[in-house]
Design a protein around this ligand. Structure first.
Ligand code: ACO
Ligand code: LMR
Length: 264
């Protein structure tokens, strides 16, 4: 029989060897002819399956809502400073992307992990939040620098509204809202933020769509696919900020002395 030479790489998401490239077995012509959008392409390349329309629409809404949040946030700030130092597009982009992490934009996976664990274990919001406090861990997906109980994040509301209309179940999101009600009783800035909204709603998408087995859901949460949504989305804005600075011919940035506390 045939002896297969061992390969150095295994790949399961795309294939470029035929007449046309395929994403998870779906040829490019079919992607175009069927009017697929970026949500469908993400479904194929990340989740290796076609997801129902409401799921791909939800993915696209996440990307649109997280594409930018002004010039003052960590990512845009880094990108702007880098572009003004005369660096190229890729350097300016990655300099901004490197700020995405547990405090800024990259709390989605941990929010999903902790909300899922707490909900599945039947913890009350009080038990969950106080348990996290005892461990010295801030609740991922809760808290914001400028959003408040009386100035909520519109993006969170838009995501929640879409899910209420289209998702079969929003049990994880409802749990996250109960957690928010409790944290808001402690401090006015401890709102459910956009990372927490996406994290909890993606759990609802994974569990409610009927497209994933339980081991697959556990693997997605464990590996941490969801910060990818923010990374992808914010790249759009960071690229925009790079072009903006170049278009405006902005000079090298130097932070003003007056804004630094020089002390011993
Ligand atoms: N859980 C519990 N308590 C919190 C949380 C939280 N998530 N966030 C703030 N607090 C409390 C703490 O008691 C904190 O005191 P500490 O510094 O002793 O821990 C107190 O509020 C004051 O916190 P600040 O440092 O003033 O809050 P800040 O405005 O700097 O932080 C931040 C905002 C970074 C978002 C914070 O709330 C946090 O770490 N949240 C969790 C991570 C997260 O979800 N990040 C994504 C934000 S949305 C986005 O980036 C797109
Ligand atoms: C963002 O999307 O960048 C923000 O929620 C963070 C911020 O401080 O505005």
């Amino acid at each position: 029989g045939k002896v297969r030479a061992p390969t150095h790489i295994i790949s399961t998401i795309s294939d470029d060897r035929g007449e046309e490239p395929c994403y998870a077995g779906v040829p490019m012509s079919s992607i175009v002819e069927r009017g697929f959008g970026v949500g469908d392409v993400i479904s194929l390349l990340w989740f290796k399956r076609s997801l129902p329309r409401y799921c791909t629409q939800f993915i696209e809404i996440c990307i649109m809502l997280c594409a930018d949040h002004g010039p003052c946030v960590s990512g845009a700030h880094n990108t702007i400073v880098t572009a003004r130092a005369g660096k190229d597009l890729v350097s300016s982009l990655v300099s901004g992307l490197l700020t995405i992490g547990p405090r800024f934009g990259g709390a989605i996976d941990d929010a999903a992990r902790y909300f899922k664990d707490a909900y599945d274990r039947g913890l009350s919001p009080y038990e969950f939040v106080e348990g996290m406090k005892k461990k010295g861990i801030r609740v991922p997906g809760i808290g914001h620098r400028i959003k408040r109980g009386d100035n909520r994040d519109k993006r969170v509301e838009l995501l929640q509204r879409f899910a209420h209309t289209h998702f079969p179940s929003v049990k994880y999101m409802e749990y996250a809202v109960q957690v928010e009600t409790y944290t808001l009783s402690k401090a006015n800035n401890l709102v459910l933020n956009v990372d927490g909204a996406i994290g909890s709603l993606f759990l609802d998408l994974l569990a409610g769509s009927g497209m994933f087995t339980q081991p697959e859901i556990d693997e997605i949460v464990e590996i941490g696919y969801l910060n990818g949504l923010f990374v992808l989305a914010r790249s759009i804005g960071l690229i925009g900020h790079t072009f903006d600075q170049k278009r405006l011919k902005q000079p090298l940035y130097r932070h003003p002395w007056e804004d630094v506390l020089y002390t011993k």
